[in-house]
Design a protein around this ligand. Structure first.
Ligand SMILES: Cc1ncc(CN)c(N)n1
Length: 213
């Protein structure tokens, strides 16, 4: 493989692989992740999703062609419906109530929210595509590591399936094509957002275990 996105992935291979092979992924795919860790992760990730919806909205607004806006809009619809619904059902199953709103943002959550706000504010489609390529490309890569049976608990299985299904695979291919297309003209901006996003993804998984034995 070659191209702009591939070069960014190679430059960030240590962090990227660190996420894909993270303990969180190992335990999630095996269905052995504790409710405490998964709950801590989901509480923080629901806040990530809030900022992420804003970022995808900014992508719709900054895209340079109608076909791209349509693809992004369809994806946004899925995140705001099926994916948000998954969080709500998981919180209920884990017994996590409204007290979750009192839990402060972990540092990587705050960092990611700030990065996504910054990317949206650039109004640069390339900057936004850099962050989206990390957020979705990296999640597809770890979800595709599943080579055993699907975990039985829906909290685990649906999180995997949300990140490895034909619609999502197609969307990640689209994102890669977009950044390959628009990234080289703004290479340094895209490189900077891509690197910072990979670093935050790793810290985000680490944070799910903070305070754990
Ligand atoms: C932190 C993070 N990064 C990426 C994704 C995938 N949408 C996510 N849910 N959370």
């Amino acid at each position: 493989m070659s191209g702009f996105v591939e070069s960014l992935r190679l430059e960030n291979a240590a962090g990227w692989d660190g996420c894909v092979k993270h303990r969180y992924v190992d335990e999630l795919l095996a269905g052995t992740i504790s409710d405490e860790v998964m709950g801590r992760y989901l509480v923080q990730d629901h806040r990530f999703i809030d900022a992420f919806v804003t970022l995808v909205g900014a992508a719709v607004a900054s895209a340079d062609q109608f076909e791209s806006r349509l693809r992004l809009g369809r994806f946004l619809g899925m995140v705001c419906s099926d994916e948000n619904d998954y969080f709500i059902r998981s919180f209920a199953a884990l017994g996590i109530g409204d007290e979750r709103h009192d839990i402060p943002d972990a540092a990587p959550t705050a960092g990611f929210k700030a990065l996504m706000k910054e990317a949206a504010a650039t109004r640069s489609y390339a900057a936004i595509m850099a962050v989206l390529n990390v957020a979705e490309g990296l999640y597809l890569d770890w979800a595709q590591r599943l080579d055993g049976p699907m975990p039985e608990n829906f909290i685990h299985s649906e999180w995997i399936v949300l990140h490895d299904n034909p619609f999502f695979v197609d969307f990640v291919t689209f994102l890669k094509g977009e950044l390959d297309r628009v990234g080289p003209a703004e290479a340094e901006v895209a490189r900077d957002f891509f690197r910072r996003a990979v670093d935050l993804e790793l810290a985000f998984f680490d944070a799910a275990y903070e305070g754990d034995a």
